[in-house]
Write a protein that binds this ligand. Sequence first.
Ligand SMILES: Nc1ncnc2c1ncn2[C@@H]1O[C@H](COP(=O)(O)OP(=O)(O)OP(=O)(O)O)[C@@H](O)[C@H]1O
Length: 230
Amino acid sequence: MTPPAVRAERLFRFFHSGDEEVLALRGVSLELAAGEWLALTGPSGSGKSTLLACLAGLDEPDGGNVWIAGRRITRRPEPARARLRGRHIGMLYQSGNLLEHLTVAQNIRFARRVARQPRDGDDVTDRLASVGLDGYADAPPGELSGGQAVRAALAVALANDPPVIIADEPTGELDEVTERAVLGLLAAHAATGTAVLVASHSRAVARAAHRVLRLRDGHLVDPGEYQGGR
Ligand SMILES: Nc1ncnc2c1ncn2[C@@H]1O[C@H](COP(=O)(O)OP(=O)(O)OP(=O)(O)O)[C@@H](O)[C@H]1O
């Protein structure tokens, strides 16, 4: 049987802030199948970013484990986590994952280098066309509009052709029309078998996703109450 694209089992994460202990995740378990698009919602501070960081191996949970395509990414040294992330996960952030001193095309090629992808897939023309950015290969990120920057960031996140996309509030700064276009791109990727996990406050994201999970105070609220439509 094919393992889930993402599986998390009883994740705990604590932070110390002065004398206080913050329980950012309190036993979160979830599964995401290939081709499934999951929206993660919840109030500010409920643990969404912490959960995404633990799933992507950017942060190590204090308890529990995460498997990406059947491979455990937790309890491993950072280089091993980075290798798994490079091979299996595309990360998309609100603040963008573009290096300002490189052009859009150079950003994509650099992301492929980091993920140890072969050079023969370095032609970025198709990649830019697939996110609606034909003709922007030589543009520096600083000259892109907000919507174009998110599209470019998506092309960078997809540079390693990952089976899993993890996005933290990717449309937070976009107008409705541009947000819809970006959600359309994510939907298209889910339709080709990519697992998509998007943390967002946006109702449009929750409406577009196949399934909605809601975090509150570091744990998932009864999912039955929050099923979203396709
Ligand atoms: N590095 C850290 N050190 C201390 N506390 C932290 C750290 N990272 C997160 N927290 C705390 O953990 C809790 C969850 O934070 P997190 O950023 O995951 O929430 P969030 O749901 O993503 O919020 P938002 O929607 O505002 O981005 C918060 O109480 C936050 O203050």
